[in-house]
Design a protein. Sequence first.
Length: 342
Amino acid sequence: MAKKSPVVRSTAELADHLGLSRWTVSHGLNDRPWVKEETRRRIQDAARELGFTPNPLARGLQNGRTGMIGVCFNELENPIIVKKISILQRLLQERGYQGLIELTLGKPDVEQRVVQHFLAMRVEGIVTVNSRFDPSRLLARSGIPLVHIDPYDETLLPHVRMDRAAAMEALVLHATSLGHRRFVLLGMPENEFGERWRGLRAGFSRAGIDETRDVRGIDRGDPDPPDYDHGRTLAGDLLDSGFVPTVILAVNDRVAIGAMNRLSEAGWQIPRKCSVTGFDNLDIGNHWNPRITTIDHQAEELLVSGLELLFRRILRPRSGSTYTETIAPRLIPRQSTLPPSA
């Protein structure tokens, strides 16, 4: 009968199994040059055969490094967030780090508990995405650096964010360059989208649009997820309002698609009767009919810049605490915007 392999759960148990000191096994697992090559190979081979992996937290307590970065996201339903998670994970792995990802559901109290959990796990840095919470007091004594990426509140520092005001101004000027003068803003209440509204007003001012007469906001105080169904609901509200725009600027691509479906059912020909724009540059928008004019977040550039800032702060924790960087968005004109019909 074959001898059953022992269960090894710690460096100490692996050392007992091999008849070596715990010091030798620990340094052999970490490829320390002072451990003989033959001994180091024996230790690592045994660890693989027994399925033993050193506890990164325990190793971090010994050498001050865990190789972990805490990452806060507020939700997973939005495809652009999923894309950012994928890019962020890849970038961290390329630098030899592992992401410890937590969802906060957009709630500051949950985000506070998540940050406290990260501190307990001895992460080397923290990244928040679309944050509403300022954890500076929690982090003051720890010395653990943090970077906000695309925070809701622009006063959260340090941060790297996309210029949403520039994005909305670009959409307005694109529409007016085609001849549009009557706008509907779908799903963007000003109290929730202040930065976007700054860009909208800048565009309206440059193009000579009378906001009081020629612009309508259609929203429900943003109580629902900004998804396809929400777009259908808001399009129904637009039909009930009696206001007929020549162009609709939707809060995102999903709301744009939902609205286009509802308006098409009501007999509106998109974009002949009314043009529509989205935001986020989701893949589905490039395969919809008509293909959707939208804004690209430049997610790769955004996350690379955010992580470079974090790594600089890991090396020099007191540096960059008030740093800000703005990433320019990219307008992608497609078939959902045409000149208005005569």
